[in-house]
Design a binder for this molecule. Structure first.
Ligand SMILES: O=c1[nH]c(=O)c2ncn([C@@H]3O[C@H](COP(=O)(O)OP(=O)(O)OP(=O)(O)O)[C@@H](O)[C@H]3O)c2[nH]1
Ligand SMILES: [Mg+2]
Length: 183
């Protein structure tokens, strides 16, 4: 097996997807299941970078974290950096309620990976454009997957195929390619 790298997250869904994507790059992901304090920030890159910097003291590098969010155009980018809290509070039903009768369904998922080698933090960003569905559809995945659709199919309907085009795939491709060259 190639490169082994620790991933700090409380979210099993993220770990399983990155584990699967990493296989294709010869990168073996080890899950460090842990909640960590996220600084409030205006954009995901800032939050991911700061979280990794704060963790560099507490966790043996090299490791990475990932911050991701759903940005809905008609809601001025909400839930964005607050996606985790919003999911835990109003969830998919709450988002669909906010979007009732709204014609503009455009949204994008963004994933920022922040990698710490102990010296510095590097970030890798991936995003995917989609639409907010008008109802929850599909059983796979996690989080907002049942209401985020690309070309008419929700992430939750796609199953494995999600890993071919998701924001997480796109960020991971950049990260794992960089790792292969620099580690
Ligand atoms: O339907 C989804 N498909 C995805 O691909 C996806 N990626 C993230 N999310 C959700 O957006 C928030 C991110 O918040 P987040 O990055 O802080 O993650 P988290 O707090 O769950 O775990 P951690 O990594 O911070 O420990 C959380 O509610 C996640 O469930 C997704 N939902
Ligand atoms: Mg979080």
């Amino acid at each position: 097996m190639g490169m082994k790298v620790r991933f700090i997250t409380s979210n099993r869904g993220k770990f399983e997807e990155l584990k699967e994507i990493g296989r294709g790059f010869g990168v073996d992901i080890e899950w460090v299941e842990m909640e960590y304090l996220e600084p409030q920030g205006s954009d995901l890159e800032f939050v991911a970078r700061k979280s990794a910097e704060m963790l560099s003291g507490a966790v043996e590098p090299p490791f990475f974290i990932e911050d991701s969010g759903l940005f809905i155009d008609a809601l001025h980018g909400f839930p964005g950096v607050y996606s985790s809290f919003v999911f835990k509070t109003i969830g998919n039903d709450g988002i669909l309620k906010l979007m009732e009768g709204v014609e503009d369904r455009r949204a994008r998922f963004v994933c920022v990976i922040a990698f710490s080698d102990g010296e510095q933090v590097r970030t890798f960003t991936g995003e995917v454009e989609g639409q907010i569905a008008r109802e929850k559809r599909g059983e796979h995945g996690f989080g907002y997957d049942p209401i985020f659709e690309v070309d008419g199919r929700t992430f939750a309907e796609m199953g494995e195929k999600k890993n071919e085009l998701s924001h997480r795939r796109r960020a991971a491709e950049k990260f794992f390619s960089w790792l292969a060259k620099n580690f």
